[in-house]
Ligand binder design. Structure first.
Ligand code: 13P
Length: 249
């Protein structure tokens, strides 16, 4: 049984005050949910305050990025140790916005994943193709390659602490979603790749989310597909009503 995991990636939105207002609403609206894992990923500046707000609730805390060293002369970076220290549980890595705007590659994402696991944190590893890659028929090859490289050297026992998010880049923030069957097909392919690398046991238990314009009106259709184990939600996670509706799909 894979418990659906719905995570809100707030991206570069919300001051501390705005973040507190949003989580206060979410705590109330989501208090009765016990069959989903719920995660919010505020910007770094709001993490500690949101952590305190979330204490004793069913909502978990995630960060949106990290570096792979514990400390050092890496101006502007935040380490897994620091995130662990303030109560973060999940960390999104390899988001297409990081890959695209900040030139992050699979080697770096793999290092981050390993560093997070060593600290007892849970990576949400994002993969997905661009529109050009999709139109060139490269989706399968690319996504498989990302999974192979991002999970390289990770031990089977560590997989239970990893979530993969399939986020086709052309569906992010565009209002276009992959059809539920197409999202399910690529996610099944990712699961199959995990099976090739590990075993059917790991493949059947790893959770794989879909991300890209998930909204209250398409959440049910997408999230009831056989291989889709939750959503990584951008825009619709910034409002309590829409995020609540998605969590309760
Ligand atoms: P949207 O839900 O705004 O399309 O963003 C998806 C995403 O990038 C989540 O990480």
């Amino acid at each position: 049984m894979r418990i659906p995991i719905i995570a809100g990636n707030w991206k570069m939105y919300k001051t501390v005050d705005e973040a507190v207002a949003l989580v206060r609403e979410l705590k109330e609206k989501l208090a009765d949910v016990n069959n989903r894992e719920i995660v919010v990923c505020p910007p770094f500046t709001a993490l500690h305050t949101v952590y305190k707000e979330l204490s004793g609730t069913n909502i978990k805390l995630g960060a949106q990025n990290c570096y792979f060293e514990d400390e050092g002369a890496f101006t502007g970076e935040v380490s897994p140790l620091m995130l662990k220290n303030i109560g973060v549980e999940y960390v999104v890595i390899g988001h297409s916005e990081r890959r695209g705007y900040f030139n992050e590659n699979d080697d770096l994402i793999n290092k981050k994943a390993k560093a997070l696991l060593l600290k007892g944190l849970k990576p949400i590893i994002c993969v997905g193709e661009s529109l050009e890659q999709r139109e060139a028929g490269e989706t399968e090859t690319l996504v498989r390659k990302q999974v192979f490289r991002d999970l390289d050297g990770i031990e089977p026992y560590q997989l239970k602490n990893i979530v993969i998010a399939y986020e086709p880049i052309w569906a992010i923030g565009t209002g276009k979603t992959a059809t539920s069957t197409e999202a399910n097909r690529v996610i099944a392919l990712i699961r199959n790749t995990v099976k090739e690398m590990y075993s059917p046991l790991e493949a059947n238990s790893i959770r794989i989310q879909y991300g890209g314009s998930v909204k209250p009106d398409n959440a049910h259709e997408i999230l009831t597909q056989s291989d889709i184990d939750g959503a990584l939600v951008g825009g619709a996670s910034l409002k309590a009503d829409s995020f609540t509706a998605i969590v309760k799909f």
